[in-house]
Design a protein around this ligand. Structure first.
Ligand code: AMP
Ligand code: MN
Length: 328
């Protein structure tokens, strides 16, 4: 029933995109590899069929993602008037795009389970590894162009949200689509270099500072680390341009760790990124702090001093998942 509904939604999306001359695409705030890669893949495919397609994001593209094909054309700011159709790329809710309610046909494509149906057409499937996977399917099923550049962007999107095909959302379908994208010209080795091995020298020194802040809860199942503003200032880095998934992966790599937390210091309080292995649903934890996300990757903001913030989050996780407090 649901898959029938989804196939009808996909059909409607393609019909709408094909009937419009101009399409604007927008990503969520603090865009990541999945939404940027997906937005670029869709933009480039629409251009191939003669549409005017542009991406407008409220937040800038992180440095390392600027190497993806077409990324140099991403525009910063509000979507100007005049687009017939607007695609919201995994924004969950209108507010997470930072855009205003537009006077155009809207399409929302997302894989967050808490996603709101705020657009005219909403295609939301929580069991998808990434929106990259959804965009690829949309293009493939409808005979839309998939050039080498498009394949590169969509492969990067899937790679990004599956943590390089390591997280539990690495499904047979995600791997199959990645394989088809490699067949269409995406270069797996080059893309993994772009996404994981594009660090600045300073980021190694930043990593050293971050690792000095590492803390565990009593059982060692929760690990936390801090990116303090002074670390960034000392190294002339900005939070926006630090690729933090690699840091999360180092924290996650401790065998007994179930939840990894990275506290990023803001003007007021911290942005907390959460990553988990299979057993803790960090999306639920983030939601309890008015944030959101997926079972294995989520985020929220907390406005408390360092120690209080750390203890509050440790305590909340232990309350919600009491076994985290038990050894073994
Ligand atoms: P972050 O660590 O901030 O990059 O967040 C990890 C993932 O959680 C993001 O890629 C989003 O998919 C999701 N996420 C973070 N914050 C929210 C939110 N407020 N609402 C919904 N999803 C979120
Ligand atoms: Mn995603």
């Amino acid at each position: 029933m649901n898959s029938l509904k989804n196939s009808e939604i996909k059909k409607k999306i393609v019909e709408k995109l094909k009937s419009c001359n101009s399409v604007a695409i927008t990503c969520h705030l603090r865009p990541d590899g999945d939404c940027i890669g997906s937005a670029l893949g869709l933009m480039l495919s629409l251009r191939e069929i003669g549409k005017r397609a542009e991406i407008y994001n409220m937040d800038p593209t992180p440095c390392f993602l600027k190497k993806l094909p077409g990324a140099e054309e991403i525009k910063n700011g509000k979507i100007p008037e005049g687009f017939e159709c607007i695609v919201f790329m995994e924004t969950s809710a209108l507010e997470r795009s930072g855009q205003e309610n537009p006077d155009a046909i809207t399409i929302h494509i997302d894989h967050h389970r808490t996603s709101e149906e705020f657009a005219h057409i909403n295609w939301i499937e929580a069991d998808r590894s990434s929106v990259g996977e959804m965009i690829f399917e949309l293009l493939l099923e409808n005979g839309m162009p998939i050039t080498r550049e498009i394949a590169t962007c969509l492969y990067a999107a899937i790679f990004s949200d599956t943590g390089g095909f390591r997280f539990s959302n690495t499904t047979p379908r995600a791997l199959k689509y990645a394989s088809l994208l490699a067949g269409a010209g995406a270069d797996p080795s080059r893309i993994s270099r772009i996404l994981l091995e594009s660090h600045k020298k300073e980021e190694i020194f930043l990593l050293r500072k971050i690792l000095e802040t590492v803390r565990f809860n009593e059982t060692g199942k929760i690990i936390a680390a801090f990116i303090k503003r002074k670390f960034l200032e000392e190294l002339s880095l900005s939070l926006q341009n630090v690729e933090s998934e690699s840091i999360m992966n180092i924290l996650r790599s401790v065998e007994e760790v179930e939840v990894a937390l990275l506290f990023k210091e803001l003007d007021n309080g911290y942005r907390v990124s959460l990553r988990s292995k299979d057993n803790v649903d960090v999306g639920r934890i983030a939601e309890s702090f008015d944030g959101g996300g997926h079972p294995q990757a989520a985020g929220f903001n907390i406005n408390l001093p360092q120690e209080e913030a750390l203890n509050t989050v440790f305590k909340r996780i232990e309350e919600m998942f009491p076994w985290v407090k038990k050894l073994g």
